[in-house]
Design a protein around this ligand. Structure first.
Ligand code: SF4
Length: 464
């Protein structure tokens, strides 16, 4: 237990996030609050920022974070890769500076000198921003929109999962009704967005390939009939196949038939022991089989997701994962650093897993970067989450020309994304940067009962 004493409550959130980055497994208590945890108090951190008249709020927060960061570095002897940057999108800083005409050296200084980030991370943010800028300026994306379709079912629940995901076994009898509701929402969305250009479509979840092949066919046929009556030419179409235990040749054939260009087949790790531990009930062989079947059927743009910092995995295990991925040679690789969210089993049952290591380090991240580079993949989008092991980042790498625009658009918030299905959140983005949201209920039964209300929320959002 760490007790935090700050001189102004406006700094509580800053302090909490930063202290958690140094002490991910500790409880942090604000000074003056009652300690109900039963844990002993280890020490008190007490950064103090003098109040200065006329100082801008942002500057005041920066100064506080910088001071607290220095205190924590002294106390722990540890530096963080991103310094005291706590934001979700560090590349946005580089992007904005590029827009304002800043030189590379000024941008790198902003990260290294001001925010105390490492030179490697400063270069990563700059490279990602340049890559994004090149892609985003090729077309006026702000005048189009994207469509997200959520299938909230998975074969089993992964230990680290915090998404809207229900076991397909328990919901088998409701999947057809779910598709009926989804198609209704899809058709209403077409009417709402009529006349606007659709740029990308992304099927996520959950795991869309938990649907049976006939169900997938029904959904994709409805999509074509509604949004792409003249075919999907010019529209990026991605399906997150995700879990190899949900993929079959027949389902992949359905995806091919409907012109799905990009799929994800996500190993997360190529170590069987870890797959078993994290609740992914499939084998390493199944991952390879799914990948090579997809290749055989003609998929030329396959992404693979991996997670660094999985329970009891270190450099050796990640080396094995990356060696296998090197052999398969996907067009994109998405590297995640494990983030333990409150709703994840790994957090809920943390006592059960307290003896497992959850580590990620610079050497492992560098190995991943090297593998991506050896495969000819370049970093093109990135984001950070709270409570990430090692305080690293998630990075999407892709072969030039194989990037997923949807991933950039959702990250950079420059385009409206209309989201359908249980738990999906629509984000309307105006040209002046204003953003308004309409969220769907998460519970499948409620979604079925309230589909009209989900549609009404969208109508209201787009009537503004
Ligand atoms: S595959 Fe993804 S959405 Fe499904 S349980 Fe695992 S982490 Fe959650």
């Amino acid at each position: 237990m760490i007790v935090l004493k700050v001189n102004n409550e406006i700094f509580y959130d800053d302090a909490l996030v930063l202290v958690k980055m140094f002490y991910p497994r500790h409880e942090v208590l604000m000074y003056g609050k009652e300690n109900k945890s039963g844990e002993e108090e280890e020490f008190t951190i007490e950064p103090w920022i003098p109040e200065t008249e006329g100082k801008e709020k942002k500057q005041y927060h920066e100064e506080f974070k910088s001071r607290l960061y220095e205190d924590l570095v002294k106390k722990t002897g540890q530096n963080l890769p991103w310094g005291y940057l706590t934001g979700v999108r560090p590349s946005k800083i580089a992007y904005q500076m590029l827009d304002e005409g800043a030189e590379d050296s000024e941008i790198l200084d902003e990260f290294v000198k001001k925010h105390k980030a490492s030179t490697d991370k400063a270069n990563l943010a700059l490279n990602v921003a340049k890559h994004e800028r090149k892609l985003l300026t090729a077309k006026d994306y702000s005048s189009g929109y994207s469509l997200y379709i959520g299938i909230p079912f998975c074969p089993t629940t992964c230990l680290y999962c915090s998404f809207t995901s229900y076991s397909i076994l328990g919901y088998k009898n409701q999947v057809d009704d779910y598709l009926t509701a989804l198609i209704k929402e899809m058709r209403a969305t077409y009417e709402i967005m009529k006349g606007q250009r659709l740029d990308t479509i992304y099927f996520g979840g959950g795991t869309p390939t938990t649907l049976e092949s006939a169900q997938l066919d029904r959904l994709l046929t409805a999509l074509e009939e509604t949004f792409a009556r003249d075919g999907l030419e010019g529209i990026e179409l991605t399906v997150e196949a995700g879990r190899p235990d949900s993929i079959t040749r027949e389902k992949l054939e359905v995806l091919r038939k409907h012109q799905v260009q990009r799929i994800s087949i996500n190993p997360q790790t190529m170590n069987q022991k870890t797959l078993d531990l994290i609740g992914r009930h499939h084998t390493v062989e199944q991952i390879k089989e799914s990948f090579y079947t997809a290749r055989e059927l003609g998929f030329e743009n396959i992404n693979m997701d991996i997670i660094l910092g999985l329970p009891d995995e270190g450099f050796k295990e990640v080396t094995k994962t990356l060696d296998d991925i090197r052999q398969m040679a996907p067009e994109s690789l998405t590297m995640h650093s494990l983030a333990i969210k409150r709703a994840a089993g790994l957090n809920i049952w943390r006592d059960r897993f307290k003896n497992l290591s959850l580590e990620n380090d610079d050497a492992t991240v560098k190995l991943c970067e090297k593998t991506a580079a050896d495969l000819g993949l370049e970093p093109y989008y990135m984001y950070r989450q709270k409570n990430m092991t090692g305080n690293f980042e998630n990075v999407g790498y892709a072969k030039p020309g194989f990037e997923c625009m949807y991933n950039i658009l959702i990250m950079e918030e420059i385009q409206t994304i209309v989201a359908l299905g249980a738990g999906a959140a629509t984000k309307r983005v105006w040209n002046n940067g204003r953003i308004e949201r309409a969220t769907n209920v998460k519970d499948v039964k409620m979604y079925l009962a309230e589909t009209d209300e989900m549609i009404r929320r969208k109508q209201e959002l787009f009537q503004m």
